[in-house]
Design a protein. Structure first.
Length: 441
């Protein structure tokens, strides 16, 4: 029995924070959009394990500019979703932005002068804190410089130091309180604009027939569209291979198992006005941020001294936090914040990141007509999601109208900041950029 194919102008494969944003912006542009995801709903993959940090410090200008532009979307989340004019009872519950600020502690791998220059070029407000200013302003921070990273079980990790570090403080940074709900908000807004979503819809085949992509689903249905956007997160590399695309890429992606742990926030870290800021600490190999109800979220920054958990099958990952990873990450956090209390029982979430070679996202076309990618985005691109969708929509519109993006890369101009974002920085064919090679990007 032959069934009628599902059809659309564009199919987005993946309904995480990036795929849902892409779907919204393509629908806003007037395309009929169909979203496919093998999970039961939006944001159920790597998005649900995101720390949802909103920060602006990256290794490239374009990533700084993208994050700063996105900040204005997060701050006015309801407006970004297009909820103006809807009666209160018709609006979905929304994830919320919490402005706490972020301390980026000094580390030789990310020179402060270069960082400050990038922030200044993008117009991001920041304060440059020397060692004395850091501990005076944040007396509960250990201001010692311990670089290079060391395993926590190594005696050298506990050695005292006379070296001191400063920091860059960005007051406008913060976090979104529910990353999965943020993806759901974008998916809701996309449907409100006419997009359709199909969940528990696993793509098992993909072929280009003339100018139409034909995708086969595990349940026997087929989907046809001239445009396909691969936003499948840690499954993105496998989907490229399934579709026979990607041979020209100079940047690879790999799935990486990650853990994020949750503790109680040190009481000393709160101020009467708001929770203390997040702390990005490449010097010790960790990052931390406050959360709702007194939570303190702790993740790792891929210290070279710790083993990386590269995996083959994202569906076969152990979803329980491990004692070794918990001990490593929270011990580093407690070294930086001596008042932090570390429970004996680990608590946290496990996710699988879609990691590009240089930890910079790939937003691009491919050599295959109509096939686009928004991949390599895990770990440091949640914060960019509202703008990532707009970058992809601008790219798809231009290329489908005949523009040669490889020869003359599309430039997106931020609606809120007016900053020019050259999409060559996110090219599949770029030279590996000189990033920190960590979640910092």
């Amino acid at each position: 029995m032959t069934t009628t194919p599902l059809t659309a102008d564009a199919v987005v494969v993946g309904s995480g924070i990036i795929g849902s944003s892409v779907a919204l912006e393509l629908a806003r542009g007037g395309r009929s959009v169909l979203v496919l995801d093998k999970a039961a709903g939006p944001g159920h993959g790597s998005t649900s394990a995101s720390s949802a940090v909103i920060r602006f410090l990256y290794s490239t200008f374009e990533s700084v500019a993208t994050a700063w532009e996105a900040k204005f979307c997060w701050e006015e989340w309801s407006a970004h979703l297009g909820l103006a004019g809807l009666p209160e009872g018709e609006r979905p519950p929304l994830s919320g932005f919490h402005r706490t600020g972020m301390l980026h502690l000094d580390v030789p791998a990310v020179p402060r002068e270069e960082t400050a220059a990038l922030l200044r070029a993008a117009g991001v407000p920041f304060e440059d804190l020397g060692p004395d200013e850091l501990v005076a302003r944040f007396p509960h921070v250990d201001g010692g410089a311990y670089w290079p990273n060391k395993p926590v079980e190594d005696d050298a990790f506990w050695e005292e130091t006379s070296a001191r570090l400063g920091a860059i403080f960005t007051p406008d940074a913060g976090y979104m309180d529910d990353p999965r709900l943020a993806a759901d908000n974008l998916a809701w807004a996309a449907r409100h604009r006419g997009a359709r979503t199909e969940y528990r819809a696993e793509v098992v085949s993909a072929e280009l027939v003339g100018t139409t992509w034909r995708l086969g689903l595990a349940d026997g249905r087929t989907v046809e569209a001239p445009v396909v956007v691969n936003a499948a997160g840690p499954w993105s590399g496998a989907f490229n291979r399934l579709a026979g695309v990607g041979a020209e890429f100079t940047i690879g992606v790999r799935p990486l198992r990650q853990e994020v742990h949750q503790l109680a926030r040190p009481a000393e870290w709160d101020t009467p006005e708001r929770p203390g800021p997040g702390v990005f600490d490449l010097d010790l190999g960790t990052y931390m941020r406050p959360g709702p109800a007194g939570a303190w979220v702790v993740g790792g920054t891929e210290p070279a001294c710790d083993p990386f958990e590269w995996i083959e099958d994202p569906d076969a990952v152990d979803e329980h936090v491990t004692r070794d990873r918990y001990d490593a990450q929270v011990t580093r956090a407690a070294r930086r914040l001596p008042d932090l209390r570390v429970p004996n029982r680990p608590s946290g979430v496990v996710g699988v990141y879609d990691v590009a070679d240089d930890w910079t996202a790939i937003y691009d076309r491919t050599d295959a007509p109509g096939f686009y990618v928004a991949m390599g985005t895990s770990g440091n691109s949640f914060k960019n999601a509202p703008v990532s969708g707009r970058l992809m929509a601008a790219l798809v519109d231009a290329v489908e109208e005949g523009h040669d993006h490889d020869a003359s890369p599309v430039v997106y101009v931020g609606e809120h900041t007016g900053l020019k974002i050259d999409l060559a920085a996110y090219s599949r064919k770029r030279a590996t950029n000189a990033s920190s090679r960590t979640v910092l990007g």
